[in-house]
Design a protein around this ligand. Structure first.
Ligand code: FAD
Length: 505
C-alpha cells in the first residue's frame, strides 16, 4: 500500500515562507506555496514587500537556517551577493564643527553581519523551489479563509497577466499542514485564532521610517572596486540623534539604502513643510547633505512612504497537527537588532528539527499498513511536534522582540555614552583574553551565535551584574586591582581564582 505524501501548504513567499517551503520539499512533502503578490522574478513586477527596506542585514541565525536547508549551493549562492559589515560607523560633529567618524566593531573576534538585497534572497529561494518537482508556486493568490479542523483553505486568485482588471476567482485547497508565513498582518494567524486560544499583543512604537539613498560615486577608469562607495562599505553607518536616527546600509552597486527613524510628531512637522528637510538633516545628521543632495532629500521624503513600526507577540503558534505560523506572522519586531528575518529563518530550522525528531520517534513504533490512513489524518507526531515548537519558541520570540525595542535606545544614543563603551570594552576584553569564561557581548550572542534569545537575556543580565561587581572591586580596592593586573600579566590561573572569588564562574 502506498502512503500518500504529506501535503504542506505555505502561505506567503517572503524569505521565511520560501525557506519553509524548501525545508518541506526536501522532506518529500507535496508543497504548494500561495503568494498574494506577483512573482518578483518577472521584470517590472512590484517587488515583494515593496513597502519594506530594500536591503537588510543577514547574520548567523539566518545563514545557519539556510545551511540546514539540505541544498548544497544555497548559502554560497546567497552569500555571493552580500557585503560584510564588521561594525557600526558612528557619524558626528566635534564641538569645533569638524565632521568625524568613529568605528565600533561588532565583535572582538572580527565577525561580521552581511548586507543583502532582500529581494535577492527571495529570488534565489524561488528559483530553487521552481526547479523542484514536488513544489507548485501560485502567485496572485490571497488567502481569504481557513478551516484548520477540516484542513481546507480558500484563496482569491487573480490572473493579472492576461486579464489585469478581471474579478478574482475563489479556489478551495486542502492540506495536511498549513504553514503561515504571511507577514505581520497575517491572514493565517487571523483564522488560526478562531481555532486556538491564542494570546495576542501588538504595539506600534511612536517612530515612523522613511527610505533615502546615497548614490554610488561616479567612477573613473582607473578607480578600484572600493571607490564606488562614498563611505565605508564594511560598516552600518549611524547618525545618532537622541530620539531619532539615520542609518545607511551598503548595496552591491555602490549605493547605500538609508533609513530615517523619527517620532511621528517630528515627521508631521516636516510633512507640513518638506523644504525644511535639508536644514533638519544639517542640524541633526552632520555630513549627510554632502552625500545626498538637498533636492534628493526633499524628493525622497515626499515620494517614499512614511511607515509605522509594529511589534507583535502571540502564543501558541499552532493548532493541532494542521496549522502553524512562523516569521513576522508570529513575531513581527521593530528592526533595530536586524533580527526579524534572521529569527524567522531560525523558526524554520527549529520547527523542522522538532518535526523530524517526532516523526522519527513515531517511526520507531511503526504501525501496520492499514493504520496509515488513520495516522495521516490525525498525525499525533505532528501535533506533538507543533505543540513542542510553540512551547520552545515563544520565550525566545518574546525575548528578541524586547531586545529589538531596547536596541533602538542603544543605536540612537547609548553608542555615544562612556558607560556603554566601558561595558563593551570590558566584555570584549574578557571574551578575547579569557575565552574559557564564555563571556560575550549581548550583541555578539544575538548576531553571531544560535543560542536561544531568552537564554541570552538571562546570561547577559548575570554578566552585567558580575561585571559591575568586579569593576567596583577593581576601582575601590588597590589590592584587587593589583591581583588582577599581576594575574593578567603573569599567571592567568591567579586571575581565574580571583575571578571565582568575585562570583564570575
Ligand atoms: P514578509 O517578508 O512580510 O513576507 C510575507 C509574504 O506573505 C509577503 O510576500 C506577502 O505578500 C505575503 N502575504 C501576505 N498576506 C497574504 C495572504 N493573505 N495570502 C497570501 N500571501 C500573503 N530583518 C533582518 O533580519 N535584518 C534586518 O536588517 C532587517 N531590517 C529591517 C528594516 C526595516 C525598515 C524593516 C521594516 C524590517 C527589517 N527587517 C530586518 C525585518 C524583515 O524585513 C522581516 O522580519 C522579514 O521580511 C519577515 O519575513 P516573512 O517572510 O516572515 O514576512
Amino acid at each position: 500500500m502506498s502512503v500518500p505524501q504529506q501535503k504542506t501548504v505555505v502561505v506567503g513567499a517572503g524569505p521565511v515562507g520560501s525557506l519553509a517551503a524548501l525545508y518541506a520539499a526536501q522532506r518529500g512533502h507535496d508543497v504548494e506555496v500561495y503568494e498574494l503578490r506577483p512573482d518578483l522574478r518577472n521584470p517590472g513586477t512590484t517587488p515583494l514587500n515593496f513597502t519594506k527596506s530594500i536591503n537588510l542585514a543577514v547574520s548567523e541565525r539566518g545563514i545557519n537556517a539556510m545551511r540546514h536547508a539540505g541544498h548544497s549551493s544555497l548559502v554560497a549562492k546567497i552569500m555571493a551577493g552580500t557585503i560584510p559589515m564588521r561594525g557600526r560607523m558612528i557619524h558626528g560633529e566635534s564641538q569645533g564643527g569638524e565632521l568625524y567618524e568613529h568605528a565600533q566593531d561588532y565583535d572582538a573576534k572580527g565577525r561580521a553581519i552581511y548586507a543583502i538585497d532582500r529581494s535577492g534572497i527571495n529570488r534565489r529561494l524561488l528559483e530553487i523551489l521552481d526547479s523542484m518537482p514536488n513544489v507548485k508556486l501560485f502567485f496572485n493568490h490571497k488567502l481569504t479563509g481557513a478551516d484548520f479542523q477540516f484542513r481546507r483553505a480558500w484563496f482569491e486568485a487573480r490572473d493579472t497577466i492576461t486579464t489585469p482588471n478581471s474579478r478574482p476567482t475563489e479556489i478551495e485547497v486542502t492540506f495536511d499542514l498549513m504553514i503561515g508565513a504571511d507577514g505581520a498582518h497575517s491572514a493565517v494567524r487571523y483564522h488560526l485564532m478562531k481555532f486556538t486560544r491564542m494570546d495576542y499583543q501588538q504595539e506600534y512604537i511612536d517612530t515612523l521610517w522613511c527610505e533615502f539613498r546615497i548614490d554610488p560615486r561616479e567612477m573613473g577608469s582607473g578607480d578600484g572596486l572600493q571607490s564606488k562607495f562614498r563611505i565605508s562599505p564594511n560598516h552600518l553607518h549611524i547618525w545618532p540623534g537622541k530620539d531619532f536616527m539615520f542609518i545607511a546600509i551598503p548595496s552591491e552597486d555602490g549605493s547605500f539604502t538609508c533609513t530615517l527613524f523619527l517620532p511621528s510628531k517630528e515627521f508631521a512637522e516636516l510633512e507640513s513643510n518638506p523644504a525644511k528637510v535639508p536644514s533638519f538633516f544639517k542640524e541633526n545628521f552632520p555630513g549627510v547633505t554632502d552625500l545626498i543632495s538637498e533636492d534628493n532629500l526633499i524628493a525622497s521624503f515626499k515620494q517614499n512612504p512614511h511607515l509605522p513600526l509594529i511589534s507583535l507577540k502571540c502564543r501558541p503558534y499552532h493548532y493541532g497537527s494542521s496549522g502553524v505560523i512562523i516569521g513576522d506572522a508570529a513575531h513581527a519586531m521593530v528592526p533595530f537588532y536586524g533580527q526579524g528575518m534572521n529569527a524567522g529563518m531560525e523558526d524554520v530550522r527549529i520547527l523542522f528539527s522538532i518535526l523530524d525528531k517526532n516523526a522519527e520517534a513515531q517511526e520507531d513504533n511503526s504501525p501496520a499498513a492499514d493504520d496509515y490512513n488513520k495516522i495521516a489524518s490525525s498525525a499525533p507526531d505532528r501535533a506533538q511536534a507543533l505543540a513542542e515548537y510553540s512551547a520552545v519558541r515563544a520565550p525566545d520570540a518574546y525575548a528578541i522582540n524586547e531586545l529589538a525595542v531596547q536596541n533602538y535606545v542603544e543605536m540612537r544614543s547609548s553608542v555615544l555614552s562612556k558607560r556603554y563603551r566601558i561595558r563593551k570594552f570590558l566584555e570584549e576584553f574578557m571574551s578575547v583574553n579569557f575565552p574559557n569564561f564564555g563571556w560575550h557581548t549581548k550583541y555578539s550572542r544575538v548576531s553571531f551565535s544560535n543560542e536561544g534569545y531568552s537564554n541570552i537575556v538571562k546570561n547577559s543580565e548575570h554578566q552585567g551584574t558580575m561585571l559591575l561587581r568586579v569593576f567596583l572591586a577593581f576601582v575601590t580596592s588597590p589590592f584587587a586591582a593589583a591581583i588582577l593586573f599581576y594575574g593578567y600579566r603573569h599567571h592567568r590561573s591567579v586571575l581565574m581564582t580571583a575571578s571565582r572569588l568575585f562570583g564570575l564562574r
